[in-house]
Ligand binder design. Sequence first.
Ligand code: GTP
Ligand code: MG
Length: 151
Amino acid sequence: VERSFVMVKPDGVQRGLVGEIISRLERRGLKLVAARFMAVSRELAEKHYEVHRGKPFFEGLIRFITSGPVMAMVWEGPNAIEVIRSTMGTTNPVQAGPGTIRGDLAVDIGRNLVHGSDGPDTAEKEIALWFRPEDIVEYGRAADPWVVERP
Ligand code: GTP
Ligand code: MG
């Protein structure tokens, strides 16, 4: 199975959409294995968005991500990274399809509600940045065989 780092950004928290977003990932069949509701320091935000340093939206992005609490999480499942990206919809909510989190709930690229790792290497890096290994909980669910043919 694969793991992905997911964060409900400050806009999602402020708009009361934490439950909605968690609920959509749960209903997709993914498994929550770590969660932390937290304020984000400038240092952590800059590390998380390091690849965007120097881009015109970088400063605004850092100010936004540190502007209020976020719900940081690790989700697990077969192909979790791709499954989560498709559940979130495209980066710009204007193009995000209906039925996706961004397509249903957002309109602005600078307020797109949620982050999900964009590949296996980034997922590994982000999980290590936001969580300690012991924060990740391994457990079985009775419904697992009803979600995955070979859990
Ligand atoms: P994340 O899951 O947040 O990483 O989004 P993403 O992977 O879909 O997009 P990307 O990593 O390319 O960009 C990171 C974040 O920066 C996006 O989610 C946006 O919030 C913001 N962002 C990216 N491009 C733009 C832009 O052109 N303008 C603005 N204002 N924000 C942008
Ligand atoms: Mg990204």
